[in-house]
Design a protein. Sequence first.
Length: 190
Amino acid sequence: MPGRADVTHLLREMAAGDPHAHQQLLDLVYDELRVMARRHRAAWRQSPVGTLSLVHEAYMKLVDQTHVEWQSRGQFFTIASRAMRSVLIDNARHWQRLKREGGRERVELDDSLLVSEARSEELLALDTALANLQRVDARLGAIVECRFFGGLTVEETAGALGISPATVKRDWVAARTWLYRELHGGSPPD
């Protein structure tokens, strides 16, 4: 796992305009981004295909963040979680658009297929529920993005959001319960 100080230093160098910082940062965080992407791929397609594409598309969204004042490694991976969510949602919307148009498009199996057609409705429903949760309680929404979309541990999430691990654990349970009720209309099973 990349060191906090190294990632933070490179983020600040990147913000200061160092032309080499982007590549050094990518070299440092690439493996961890791949682990995050693999988790997403396993959850939404049950296939390793597309992991590299998800990493690259999310990273491009990350380095294009000109309005972010980079502070820490935790902040970077929180925003990486958000970027991966965005890429997956865009892909799910693509499948839904094809479905609404009634036609099928011949597409070669490659890394551009991040979410299967079958899972796209499920992912879009989760995205809508998460957006509703974020309107009700922004911190719960941020915890879901870090834990679910980013694959961050309780401790990493606590560090990224500046709260205690106990708060993350408690809020994670509350967020999952809220999302379950939003998606399924009842109390979650024990």
